[in-house]
Design a protein. Structure first.
Length: 503
């Protein structure tokens, strides 16, 4: 067939038709946000005012390095104080982010540092955050700021006080859901930060991963205040966080009047919501199937439903006819966009357990299939989940940003393929109609991985923690992401040179 005939017959062959200069449409168009995400406590160091720091202090080292014994809160009793020191190295870190092709960045500001005693802000800390944000803006990075990422000021969740200071997100046994004293404090803080930093920031994340912190704090007893099996408190805390978010949403809209990028929007507010794919451990077991569905309902969907519809379903039974339930307009329509943190898949197992009349999915495990790839922490790498998540999450009709996605991979052998495969899945979902505005890789540099200390390496920049200067080395993961940013899509050449993972 002559080239001319081929051109006439098939629009898809246009690219081969000499004169036809119509450029192929790229999936990731100009204006798509590319960046990495960090959390203040994990990268800054010097944080001695947070509930987590009190938790660090409780640590009694076990005998085996690399093993946590029952008295250890953090592996090997490692501390945020020994981190990558972003607090001082932010200028060169922003230089590296720009060199990787990033045009945006998600970072946290630490409430505990800014307000070490209740009601008093530290001007030097605020000034330092201004310097960090200014340095990013001067390099052309747009900013997304997280107000709370797992840690609270010690005065708000004082684990050394039987009443926990202000009571944290869980409040006290007598405070009804949605009325814990911390809510008013967080709303005030959010509004003040909106006014303080609004000229530089349009994208706000109020709370990082409510659905991770709640079970970890009140069910599994892993994080401060380390309560176990307190299902009722977990649900009350969920509503305390929902009201704190909704109040912060209103406060940020009222008080962030600065339009950082000049597009007419001064404050666009979300949470960063951790989403997991839950599949049944045994697909032929109806009880495992039911457990996976219940996990999806309560872990993935519940909190976002609350902040979109305003439903107050205090026992999560799906109806709103129990005492105190209904729809509260003060909670509804409080997301301008949806931030999703995606890391992979878990396998749900029976039984579902009823505590305080609340049906709780209780049990999930890793997929240990040796054919599947896993990160250094044993989590299955499952890029297909990116597409499955977006197919569900687009149902809320909100613009979406991937606010975290990454893998612990100390030798950086698999990170490039991880990035390629997850961005391919993201591109598919976008071509199918998912409205995704940005991708923020977790994380910019190796950091303090909470209870696991400095073992797991999630960084696009590797950090040498033996070197007092905390030298950074750029990874091939960063190269893979940069190649995709520059191409505006995942080309077959990129796939060939960086590989894929878990497809
Ligand atoms: C959290 C991060 C954490 C990452 C890897 C996310 O759920 O937001 O703080 O470092 O997972 O564990």
């Amino acid at each position: 067939m002559s080239k001319l005939v081929a051109c006439l017959l098939s629009a898809s062959l246009l690219a081969a038709c000499g004169e036809d200069k119509e450029p192929r449409t790229k999936t990731f168009k100009a204006g798509f946000e590319w960046g990495s995400a960090t959390a203040a406590y994990q990268v800054e160091g010097g944080n001695t005012q947070a509930d987590f720091y009190l938790w660090e202090q409780r640590c009694e080292p076990g005998d085996e390095v690399g093993e946590r014994d029952s008295s250890e809160t953090f592996i090997d009793c490692q501390s945020n104080l020994d981190g990558p020191n972003f607090w001082e190295k932010y200028e060169s870190d922003w230089d590296q982010a720009v060199a990787m092709g990033h045009n945006s960045a998600r970072l946290g500001i630490e409430w505990a540092k800014i307000e070490p005693t209740q009601g008093t802000y530290d001007p030097a800390v605020l000034a330092h955050y201004h310097a960090i944000l200014d340095a990013a803006r001067a390099r052309g990075l747009d900013l997304m700021v997280t107000l709370q990422h797992f840690t609270l000021p010690a005065w708000a969740n004082d684990i050394d006080d039987p009443n926990l200071g202000l009571g944290g997100w869980g409040g006290s046994d007598t405070t009804p859901a949605g009325q814990a004293p911390i809510i008013a404090e967080f709303v005030r803080f959010a509004g003040d930060m909106g006014e303080e930093f609004g000229e530089d920031v349009d994208l706000w994340v109020t709370i990082n991963e409510p659905m991770v912190i709640l079970p970890a704090c009140y069910l599994a007893g892993l994080l401060p205040p380390a309560r176990s099996l307190e299902v009722g408190r977990t649900l009350r805390a969920l509503y305390n966080m929902a009201y704190a978010h909704a109040g912060a949403y209103d406060a940020l809209h009222a008080r962030d009047l600065g339009d950082a990028d000049g597009d007419g929007d001064t404050a666009l507010v979300s949470v960063a919501h951790h989403w997991r794919i839950f599949d049944p451990f045994d697909p032929s077991s109806p009880l495992d199937v039911e457990a996976a569905a219940r996990f999806d309902e309560v872990f993935n969907r519940f909190f976002i439903d609350v902040l979109t519809s305003g439903k107050v379903d205090l026992n999560a039974d799906g109806d709103l006819d129990d005492p105190g339930e209904g729809v509260d307009v003060a909670l509804a329509d409080r997301l301008d966009w949806l931030g999703l943190n995606y890391y992979g898949r878990k396998l749900a197992k029976a039984p579902l357990v009823t505590f305080d009349d609340i049906l709780v999915p209780f049990y999930f495990v890793e997929n240990e299939d040796p054919e599947r790839p896993h990160n250094d922490m044993g989590w299955e790498v499952y890029p297909q989940g990116m597409e499955r998540m977006l197919a569900e999450a687009r149902g809320w009709g909100l613009p979406i940003r991937i606010t975290e996605n990454g893998m612990a991979d100390a030798d950086d052998a698999e990170r490039p393929g991880f990035i390629v495969s997850h961005l391919k899945a993201l591109a598919h979902a976008m071509r199918d109609g998912a409205d995704v505005r940005g991708y923020y890789h977790w994380t910019l540099m190796d950091n303090f991985e909470w209870l696991d200390g400095y073992g797991p390496r999630f960084g696009l920049l590797q950090v040498d923690f033996d070197d007092p200067a905390r030298t950074r080395t750029r990874t091939r993961g960063a190269d893979a992401m940069q190649a995709i940013i520059e191409a505006g899509e995942v080309t077959s050449a990129i796939e060939e040179s960086f590989g894929t993972l878990g497809e």
